[in-house]
Design a protein around this ligand. Structure first.
Ligand code: BYC
Ligand code: FE
Ligand code: FE
Length: 483
């Protein structure tokens, strides 16, 4: 039984899967390790590889005290393989095997389906590190720099988590896939990352905060769905990854909130009440709220594409197989098979947006996307509370689901953020009001100047309310020059 295996922390690869007595997998991982380190040095964070960063490292899977904080150089980070504890008697929570004991090995008939999902999940993790690799040099504070690197090393650990599953359970083709994960590259012409949003650029820190708010939140939803898998090692892996994921969304949501706060503070100080006095506001060295809204529009819709098509036989097959469940599957009160159920979906037909009932099994991507939108709107409420607290008349909002889409029913439709249907001409005339324009991006870029003094922040972002690990405001989260 794996359940009470303690974390082996003294081995090269910290783990709670008993690697020291699983020589074959240990060997495969040790063989993969140098390639990973090379990849990290070539395509991971640019610069600061010799700096001491105050990072948390997962050392246990207990709810209490699972992480410890210390200064480490990123290439020395202890990327480990940690699975949440086994739940005794866990059963398959959905599909045609509902109620049967969860699988501890891969069922032959679902092997390729499982491998595909694990590979897609694994592909996003290094992709995000590649996308964020240049941000260290323009960090608005040491606190933010540390948070960026924390997210990066944990996404690296998530890659390890998927590589472990591939190497342990999928034989030689799993090892092959593990190698491929280090070969594809975000934004590459020849070998791009698998999903659209992971080939986009993350050119500035507002993009980083939006990415961690919206795209890491897709990560959360997908991991929650995979945590419901009947394949128990995948479920346990994802459950532990979710523990770390919460911090990524905290970084994003608080990052955006601090940007909004600083803008509002400076507007009030300068006596500007109209949020659309863009030039005046920008002169204060902060990002105007309408531009922040455009960034929301962009990152939210790129992330909606990650849920796939509204109607998907892939999703139906994975659910029926018991390989991927719904968000919080075990808490849903129905038969968990959905043979006769319907679910309302949106469809773009003859230039109209219509809502109609579809077979629930085919609409699982739409359902997860709806759950995602609900989850995202909580962050929006928090951001609006900040704006309200300064008595500024502006509300950020999530754009319409049909806006700016490349996947599913709305792909190539011309729909504005309010849900109005446009033609290509009116779209072109207005697109710079919907999405960040070159000018907007250039302005944001002009603000991206590094701040390396402990406790100081760049002009465009407020200090956080609280330090990491309860550290005081002027704590040196990254010792930039000390090796
Ligand atoms: N880009 O049946 P459909 C994270 C493809 S993020 C490109 O509608 P399905 C993280 C699709 O592959 C979470 N291609 O799709 C966040 C299919 O191709 P094939 C990542 C796309 O399969 C931040 C075809 O279109 N994890 O962890 O139901 C930082 C028909 O599609 C896209 C997962 O996604 C796209 N956006 O759903 C770090 C979980 N969308 O097979 C990390 C695993 C669809 O016909 N993945 N296609 O060639 C899945 O569950 C599913 O593959 C998807 C797609 C939900 C992604
Ligand atoms: Fe991740
Ligand atoms: Fe993440």
């Amino acid at each position: 039984m794996l359940d009470n295996i303690k974390v082996e922390y003294d081995t090269m690869i910290p783990n709670n899967v008993g690697l020291s007595s699983d020589k074959k997998v240990l060997k495969a991982l040790e063989r993969w390790h140098p390639g990973y380190i090379n990849w990290w040095k070539d395509l991971g964070p640019v610069g600061f590889q010799e700096s001491l960063v105050y990072l948390r490292t997962a050392i246990s899977v207990d709810r209490e005290g699972w992480a410890k904080f210390d200064y480490v150089k990123m290439p020395d980070y202890r990327w480990g393989i940690l699975l949440a504890p086994e739940k005794q008697g866990r059963t398959i929570p959905c599909g045609e095997h509902f109620g049967e004991p969860a699988w501890q090995e891969v069922p032959g008939e679902y092997r390729s389906m499982l491998r595909r999902l694990i590979v897609i999940q694994g592909d996003t993790e290094p992709a995000s590190i590649e996308q964020q690799r240049h941000l260290g040099k323009t960090a608005p504070s040491l606190y933010d720099m540390r948070n960026l690197f924390q997210v990066n090393v944990e996404e690296g650990r998530h890659l390890w988590a998927m590589v472990y599953l591939l190497q342990k359970y999928f034989g030689s083709d799993g090892r092959e896939e593990a190698n491929e994960l280090l070969k594809r590259q975000s934004g590459s012409e020849d070998a791009p990352r698998m999903l659209g949003a992971f080939n986009e650029v993350t050119p500035d820190w507002l993009s980083f905060f939006m990415f961690t708010s919206f795209t890491d939140r897709d990560g959360k939803m997908q991991l929650e769905a995979l945590a419901q898998s009947g394949f128990d090692p995948l479920s346990r892996t994802c459950r532990f990854m979710l523990t770390e994921e919460a911090h990524h969304m905290f970084v994003g949501e608080n990052g955006v909130r601090r940007v909004i706060k600083k803008t509002c503070e400076e507007m009030v100080k300068a006596g500007i009440s109209d949020p659309f006095e863009i030039e005046k506001i920008r002169k204060l060295g902060v990002i105007d709220l309408p531009t922040i809204q455009k960034k929301i529009n962009l990152h939210f819709t790129l992330s909606l594409d990650l849920f796939g098509s509204e109607i998907s036989t892939n999703a139906a097959n994975a659910f029926t197989a018991g390989v991927k469940g719904r968000f919080w599957e075990t808490k849903i009160k129905d038969d968990h098979q959905l043979q006769n159920d319907t679910y309302p979906i949106l469809e773009f037909e003859n230039n109209y947006i219509i809502k109609k009932d579809a077979p629930a099994l085919l609409a699982l991507n739409m359902r997860l996307r709806d759950d995602y939108i609900k989850d995202s709107s909580v962050g929006i409420k928090r951001w609006n509370r900040t704006i309200e607290s300064f008595n500024i008349d502006f509300k950020v909002k999530l754009p319409h689901e049909g806006f700016n889409r490349s996947i599913g029913t709305f792909a190539n439709a011309f729909i504005d953020p309010h849900g109005n249907i446009l033609n290509s001409k009116t779209w072109d005339q207005n697109v710079n009001n919907f999405l960040p324009s070159d000018d907007d991006n250039k302005f944001i870029e002009s603000l991206m100047v590094p701040e390396h003094e402990p406790g100081k922040y760049a002009s465009w972002i407020a200090a956080p309310d609280q330090g990491i690990d309860n550290k005081s405001g002027d704590f040196e989260y990254v010792k930039v020059h000390d090796a």
